[in-house]
Each structure stands twice: as C-alpha cells, then as structure tokens.
Ligand binder design. Structure first.
Ligand code: AMP
Length: 398
C-alpha cells in the first residue's frame, strides 16, 4: 500500500510517499513559494535531488506538480497515480471535536473549519491542502491527522485555565497541546522499549519533543495526562523563536511602553523571542552551541534557560504522575544534542535518573542512554510523525 502524506503550510507543502506497513519512504519533497512563483524539491533515496521551478498559484498546482513528478518516467517512483491508495493530511488544530484521526468528508471539513479561530495560521493552510487533493484526486480516501488529538485524554484539572469558566464553556478556551502525533509515536516506541506495549497500565513516560518548536508530555498508562503547550503552540518551554510561558502582565507593560498593538506584540512573542530573543544570535541550537563555546554569554544564557525549563517540567510531570519510568528525547535537538540531554537530566539523580555519558554520545537513532543502574530509562527516539499519519490513513482507508 502507498500513502501520500501531506503537510500543507500557507505557502509550502511537504509530501512523502510511504508504505505504512514497512515505513519505507519511496519519495519525499517540498513545494515552496506557493502563491508567489513556485519551486519543487523532490528527493528519492539513492538518487540526486531534483529541483524545478514550476508555477504554483495555488495549492492545487502544487499537488498536481507533486503527482506529476511522482509518475515521471525519469524522476518518478510509480507508474500511475492509481498506485497511491490514500492521502493523509497533517492538521494542526482539531479543537474538542477530534480525539482521533478522521476520514475526510463534508462533516470533517466543516469541523476543521470550525477550529480555524483556534488555529488561525495553520488550519486554513491545512484545508487548502485537503481541498487541492480532493480536486486533483477526487476518488482517493483522505484522512486528517490532528496535532492535538493525542492530548485529548488530559483530565480537566490539566486542561482547564484558571480564568472565568464561561470562556471554557462558551469559547472552548482550554489547554489542547500540540506535536501530538510525535508524542504518540515516541511514547508508543518507548512502551515497546520498556516491553510494555501490550500492558501499558501503570507506566509513566515523559516525552521531550525538543526542536525548533518544543513541548513535553506526561504519558501515564499510555495516555497523555498533561502537556506543556496550551490553547496554541506559544506556551510551555522557550523555543527557537517562541517565548513559551510568560507572565501576561508583560504584554500590557510592553504594549503600553512602546505602543504596540496586539498583532505586533504577538509577532514579537512568536517570531523574535525564545532562544533567539535571549541570545540575539540565532534560533538554531547548533549556532547557539557554537557561539556559547566561543564565549558568547547570552547564547549560553539562552541554552541555560531552555535546559532549565525542560528540567523543571520533567520534575513537574514526575510529580504529576507520581514517578517516571522513562524520559524520552526526540526531534532535532532531542535526537542530536547529547550535551543538552546530559545537562537536562543532571541533578535528577535523586529521582533515580542516571545517564551513561558514553551511550549518550549517540545521535539520531533509537537507543537507551541510561546507565545500567539507572532506575529511570532515558530513551533517544527519532520521531516519525509521517509514519503515524500514514498508518492512521491506511487503517481508516482500509
Ligand atoms: P526540528 O524542529 O525538530 O527540525 O529541530 C530543529 C532544531 O534541531 C534546530 O535548532 C537545530 O539546531 C537542531 N538540530 C538539528 N540537527 C542537529 C544536530 N546535528 N546537532 C544539534 N542540533 C541539531
């Protein structure tokens, strides 16, 4: 079976053609500058990348360009689009409507549209991707996989905000959480590494998805009981350019002092904050590590702040679950940053967390880096959201 996995942004669209049973990716790529001019980068394992400028006034032309290159006699990997069995879409916000993935029909589209106020930047783009696929592949089953869905098992005390209750009742204001597909994938892998995939009752896992965007989740009995992101993806630990949790008083204070309107203020908190904001150097952790090594104190402070907040949340989630069996590191920084992992878990020995310095030198592969006598396992697990999307899509399409 072949599933085409689509992640549509406002001016970009990522795709992967993969087999949901083996996880093998036959081709993947990226359409950029949709609505401006259009560029396609197509990658097939073992071959040179193909980059072509193709006019993409809308997402429909982008999808058509993807299908054309997938069946191209030279650059393609399939003979005809008949070999694509189903299409899976990453959708950011499922609100309270979606606790799991969903076969796309008119009712599903209407429900995703209803979530636009909750995900104003992403849901419209995700819908453009869905509609474009419907236009060019009207008879293929399509599935929506939501970033929020895995977190919908949180109990009310974790998801409710301490503001007037009517905003929850009338306006759906609550914690939703994001990166749910990644948390779901790595927590399932962690259960397998613990030998508990068929018996998750009683397990306690803390997942640290640390990348350009970062979030942690507390997964008890295989289900999320808390997560750091909130109504939107601005909350939680500091990120590449996002501020994470801050005191709302700061908004009023800075808006008053500088005359910012709410859009300008949110632009600062989304695009100019996080480790970029503290360091003034970069949002990329590799640049920060290089600058800190050369003595840049603010780059070091940005790293220290990030690691400190991740460590604090690990402590909080151990408290919330009454212990922890495994801490999982995933995403760009979590998978590739041994020093950062070591720093995050240092000082947690009192909880039975002990890392093995040598084992921890690994990058980008699935491994237990805890010391043999550590009570808590420490797993590095490369995330694979696309595989989750493909598997959900296959299950619903079948
Ligand atoms: P993601 O959002 O998951 O793609 O992660 C992006 C972040 O991962 C960036 O800040 C990168 O600096 C970081 N990253 C990616 N590869 C490496 C690496 N080999 N070493 C350290 N950090 C990395």
């Amino acid at each position: 079976m072949n599933v085409l996995v689509i992640n549509a942004g406002s001016s970009s669209l990522k795709y992967q053609l993969m087999c949901p049973d083996t996880g093998d990716v036959s081709a993947k790529g990226l359409c950029e500058r949709i609505g401006i001019d259009g560029r396609l980068t197509h990658k097939v394992p073992g071959r040179e990348n193909v980059v072509s400028d193709i006019p993409m006034p809308t997402h429909a032309e982008a999808i058509q360009a993807v299908l054309n290159i997938l069946v191209d006699p030279v650059s393609g990997v399939i003979k005809s689009t008949d070999e694509i069995d189903a299409v899976g879409h990453r959708v950011l916000h499922g609100g309270m409507a979606f606790t799991e993935s969903c076969l796309i029909d008119d009712a599903c589209i209407a429900a995703i549209e209803k979530c636009i106020p909750l995900g104003p930047l992403h849901n419209p783009a995700n819908l453009m991707g869905i509609r474009a696929c419907q236009a060019v592949m009207p008879n293929k089953p399509q599935v929506a996989v939501f970033d929020t869905a895995f977190h919908m098992t949180m109990p009310p005390k974790a998801y409710i905000y301490a503001i007037p209750y009517e905003y929850y009742e009338k306006d759906d204001v609550r914690r939703y959480g994001f990166h749910g597909t990644s948390h779901r994938y790595v927590s399932a892998r962690a259960l397998k590494m613990l030998g508990r995939e068929n018996n998750p009752e009683g397990t306690k896992i803390i997942c640290c998805h640390l990348g350009n965007g970062s979030s942690l989740s507390a997964v008890k009995d295989g289900k999320v009981v808390d997560t750091t992101m909130g109504l939107g993806p601005l909350a939680g630990v500091p990120m590449g350019t996002r501020c994470g949790d801050i005191d709302a008083t700061i908004l009023e204070y800075l808006m008053g002092r500088y005359g910012y309107d709410i859009k300008e203020m949110l632009n600062i908190l989304n695009k100019k904050s996080g480790v970029l904001g503290i360091s003034g150097v970069s949002s990329d952790f590799r640049d920060l590590e290089a600058a800190a090594e050369q003595g840049n104190a603010r780059a070091q402070l940005a790293l220290d702040k990030f690691m400190y907040e991740v460590k604090k949340d690990i402590g909080a989630y151990a408290a919330a679950m009454g212990g922890v069996d495994a801490i999982v590191f995933t995403a760009g920084v979590g998978e590739n940053g041994p020093e950062l992992r070591e720093e995050v878990v240092s000082g947690l020995e009192y909880m039975g967390v002990k890392i093995d310095h040598e084992k921890n030198q690994t990058r980008g592969k699935e491994v237990d880096v805890a010391a043999d006598d550590s009570k808590v396992r420490i797993f590095v697990i490369p995330t694979n959201e696309e595989l989750m999307i493909a598997q959900d899509t296959a299950a619903l399409a079948r």
